[in-house]
Ligand binder design. Structure first.
Ligand SMILES: Cc1ncc(COP(=O)(O)O)c(C=O)c1O
Length: 290
C-alpha cells in the first residue's frame, strides 16, 4: 500500500485563504453595495509593461523560425538575462553580485520552498510573524516542524513577532537560529527595514553561522532612497544571505511567471562531516535536476 507524506496533514494555513474567500463571497452576496477591502490572496492589477509585451511578441516569432527558435534553455537561465539583472538590479546599487550567482526560475514561491531541499532537517528555523505563509507551510511539508497548536503555531519554529511596539521589524532572537526568513518590504504589513536593522541581522547571522533567506519580492515599491532594496547592500551579506526576487509584483508576472534567486559563491554551510560546502553548487545541482 502506498503511503503519504504525513507532514501534509499538519498543514493549517491551506484552509485559511479558501475560508476567507468563502466568507467574503457570502458577505458580498448579502451586501452587494458594500465596499470591501479584501485581505485574502491578492493579484496584480496592471497589465504587462510594453517592453515585456514587445519582447514576448518577438520571442514568439523567433519560435517559428528554424534559425532562431529556442529549445531547452541553460539550467541557470539565459546569460543575457542574468547579466542584465546583475548590472541593473544589483551592481547599479553597489551590490557585488555576478551573473553566475543568479538563478532564473518560474517563481519565487517555488524557490522559497525548493531552497529547503539543499538544507538539513536539523536546522533551527526562525520566521517573522506575520509573514508570507509559504515559508512556514513549506517547512511543515518538508518535515521541519512539529504539529500546530491552537494558535496555528508549529512546534520547532522560532516565531519573531512583528508588532507596533518593535516598529514592525522583528527583534533579533536571543537564542541561536540557523535559518532566518526576512521579508522586506513585508507581506502583509508593508514595513521596510533600515540599513541598520539589516546590518544587525547580517552581523547576527555571521556570528552564528546562520543563513538569511531575504525575500525582496516587493523591493520595487521602496521609494525612500536611504532604505536598502537588496540584502547585498549590507556589508557581510554575501557570506550569510540568499535573496529571492520576483517579476510578479514589479512587472505583473503573477501569471506569466519569472523570478530569480541569488546564491553568492562565497556562501557556505556545513556538511555532516564538518566540511564547508558551497551552497551555489548544491542549488545549481538542485535546479538542474528537479
Ligand atoms: C513575499 C512574497 N514572496 C514571494 C511571492 C511569490 O512570488 P512569485 O509570483 O514569483 O511566486 C509573493 C506573492 O504573493 C510574496 O508576497
Amino acid at each position: 500500500m502506498a503511503t503519504i507524506n504525513d507532514n501534509y496533514l499538519k498543514l493549517k494555513a491551506g484552509y485559511l485563504f479558501p475560508e476567507i474567500a468563502r466568507r467574503v463571497n457570502t458577505f458580498a452576496q448579502a451586501n452587494p453595495d458594500a465596499p470591501i477591502i479584501r485581505l485574502g490572496i491578492g493579484d496584480v492589477t496592471e497589465p504587462l509593461p510594453v517592453a515585456c509585451r514587445t519582447a514576448m511578441t518577438t520571442a514568439i516569432a523567433d519560435m517559428g523560425d528554424r534559425d532562431k527558435f529556442k529549445g531547452y534553455g541553460p539550467e541557470q537561465g539565459y546569460a543575457w538575462l542574468r547579466e542584465a539583472i546583475a548590472t541593473n538590479d544589483f551592481q547599479a546599487r553597489g551590490c557585488a553580485i555576478e551573473p553566475d550567482e543568479i538563478f532564473i526560475s518560474d517563481g519565487s514561491k517555488c524557490d522559497c520552498g525548493n531552497i529547503l531541499d539543499i538544507f538539513g532537517h536539523d536546522n533551527t528555523i526562525a520566521v517573522t510573524d506575520p509573514v508570507y505563509p509559504v515559508y512556514v507551510d513549506t517547512n511543515v511539508m518538508a518535515g521541519n516542524t512539529g504539529d500546530a497548536n491552537d494558535k496555528g503555531e508549529y512546534g520547532g519554529l522560532v516565531y519573531l513577532p512583528i508588532t507596533a511596539e518593535n516598529d514592525f521589524t522583528a527583534q533579533i532572537p536571543s537564542q541561536k537560529v540557523d535559518l532566518i526568513y526576512l521579508c522586506f518590504p513585508n507581506n502583509p504589513t508593508g514595513a521596510t527595514a533600515t540599513r541598520a536593522h539589516l546590518q544587525a541581522w547580517v552581523d547576527y547571522a555571521k556570528a552564528h553561522g546562520s543563513i538569511i533567506f531575504f525575500d525582496a519580492a516587493y523591493e520595487a515599491f521602496i521609494t525612500d532612497p536611504s532604505l536598502p532594496r537588496s540584502i547585498y547592500e549590507i556589508e557581510g551579506a554575501r557570506d550569510c544571505a540568499i535573496e529571492f526576487r520576483s517579476f510578479s509584483k514589479n512587472a505583473g508576472f503573477t501569471g506569466t511567471r519569472c523570478a530569480l534567486t541569488v546564491v553568492p559563491k562565497t556562501l557556505t554551510a556545513k556538511a555532516a562531516d564538518g566540511s564547508d560546502v558551497e551552497l551555489w553548487k548544491l542549488w545549481n545541482r538542485r535546479q538542474s535536476t528537479k
